[in-house]
Ligand binder design. Structure first.
Ligand code: TRP
Length: 337
C-alpha cells in the first residue's frame, strides 16, 4: 500500500468502557507517544466494541470524550498520528460483515475471552460478544496494518485477524496485509494491587485493586498503602514475590528508573516505606497527565475537530481497502451520477 512515507503502519484501539487504569497506561498508552515517531500510527476509540456489553448511553458518550482527551494528554499528536472514533468510519462494520462470511462459528466459540465473557455476562450472551474478534480483525485489516501492540489477552484475537487475512487472500487473491504482533521492548505488565497474580483491570469489583487514571493523589496513596505484599521483607524482583515485583515494575516506570536500580535504592527499606514511595512516584507521574487531560476535556470544540479530522483521514485508507474487498467478492461497484 502506498503511504506518504516509508514508516510501517501500527494500529491500536482502546474501548471507551470505564476509565483506563495505570496498567493500561504503562502497558499501552505510555508507549504510544514513542511509537508515533517510528511508525505511522493509527489510534482508535473502539466504541463499536464497547457496546457488546451493556453501556449506559450517556456514560459511553462521556467515556469516549474522556478517552480521547486521555490519548491526547498522554502525548498522542494528531499531526503525527491518526486518532479517531471507530463508529465514525462505517467501513469497520462493513468489513466485519464480509469477514463474518469467512469466519467459522467454531473458531469464535473457541475464543478464550468469549468463553470468559459468557461466564461474566451470562444474562447477555449476544451475537456482538461472539463477533467481537471479527470486528477487531476488520479494525486491523482495513488499514493494511503491519503491527499491532497486543497484550497477552488480545493475542488470540490478533491470531484470528491473521488467519482471516490469509484465508481471504487465498480465496479471493491478495487483498490484506497479514499483521504481526508488536512486542514492546519493555514488556511491563501491571498486576492487580490486591491479587498480584491477576492482571490489573478496570472492571475489578475491588476498587483498591487498580489505579484509575482519574484517581486523585489521596486515592492513589491509600491504594498503594493497602497493596498486597509478599512474605519476607526483602524488596526484590522474583517469581516468589509477585506483589513486590509488581510494585517494583510500577515504580521503575513512574520514577523513570529500572527495576535493578529500584532494588538497590530500596535495599534494606521496609515494605511500608517502599509502598509510600511507589505511591508518590505514581502521583507525580499522573499529575501532569491529569492536568493536561482536564484542560483538553473542557475544550469540546477542539475534541470535535480532532475527531472530524481523524475520521476523514482514517476513512480515506479504510474505504480504499473496503472497495478492493467488495470488488474481489464480486459486488457490482456503486457508480455516482
Ligand atoms: N479488543 C481490544 C481490547 O479490549 C481493543 C481493540 C479493538 C483493538 N480493536 C482493536 C486492539 C484493534 C488492537 C487492534 O484491548
Amino acid at each position: 500500500m502506498e503511504t506518504q512515507n516509508e514508516k510501517k503502519i501500527l494500529l491500536s484501539a482502546v474501548q471507551p468502557s470505564g476509565t483506563p487504569t495505570l496498567g493500561n497506561y504503562i502497558g499501552a498508552l505510555a508507549n504510544f507517544t514513542k511509537l508515533q515517531n517510528d511508525y505511522s500510527c493509527i489510534f482508535s476509540v473502539a466504541d463499536l466494541h464497547s457496546i457488546t456489553v451493556p453501556q449506559d448511553p450517556a456514560k459511553l458518550r462521556a467515556n469516549t470524550y474522556d478517552l480521547l482527551a486521555l490519548y491526547l494528554a498522554c502525548g498522542i499528536d494528531p499531526e503525527k498520528s491518526i486518532l479517531f472514533n471507530q463508529s465514525h468510519v462505517s467501513a469497520h462494520a462493513e468489513l466485519a460483515w464480509v469477514l463474518n462470511t469467512v469466519t467459522y462459528v467454531g473458531e469464535l466459540n473457541r475464543m478464550t475471552q468469549f468463553k470468559a465473557k459468557c461466564q461474566s455476562h451470562a444474562d447477555n450472551i449476544n451475537m456482538g460478544l461472539m463477533d467481537y474478534p471479527v470486528l477487531m480483525a476488520a479494525d486491523i485489516l482495513l488499514y493494511q496494518t503491519e503491527l499491532v501492540p497486543v497484550g497477552a489477552d488480545q493475542k488470540q484475537h490478533l491470531e484470528l485477524a491473521r488467519d482471516l487475512a490469509l484465508r481471504f487472500n487465498n480465496r479471493f487473491g491478495e487483498t490484506f496485509r497479514v499483521p504481526e504482533p508488536y512486542i514492546a521492548k519493555t514488556g511491563a505488565r501491571v498486576m492487580s494491587l490486591a491479587e498480584p497474580d491477576k492482571k490489573m483491570s478496570k472492571s475489578d469489583a475491588n476498587v483498591n485493586a487498580f489505579i484509575s487514571m482519574n484517581d486523585d493523589p489521596d486515592a492513589i496513596m491509600r491504594k498503594f498503602k493497602r497493596a498486597v505484599t509478599d512474605s519476607g521483607s526483602e524488596i526484590r524482583f522474583g517469581q516468589d514475590k509477585p506483589g513486590i515485583s509488581n510494585l517494583l515494575t510500577i515504580y521503575a516506570v513512574c520514577a523513570d528508573t529500572t527495576v535493578e536500580q529500584a532494588e538497590l535504592e530500596f535495599a534494606g527499606a521496609g515494605y511500608g516505606t517502599f509502598k509510600q514511595r511507589v505511591g508518590e512516584a505514581v502521583v507525580e507521574k499522573l499529575r501532569p497527565i491529569q492536568e493536561r487531560k482536564q484542560k483538553i476535556a473542557q475544550d469540546k470544540a477542539y475534541l470535535t475537530k480532532i475527531l472530524a479530522e481523524g475520521a476523514s483521514a482514517a476513512e480515506r485508507i479504510a474505504y480504499k481497502t473496503l472497495r478492493k474487498v467488495y470488488k474481489k467478492v464480486g459486488f457490482v461497484p456503486r457508480e455516482r451520477m
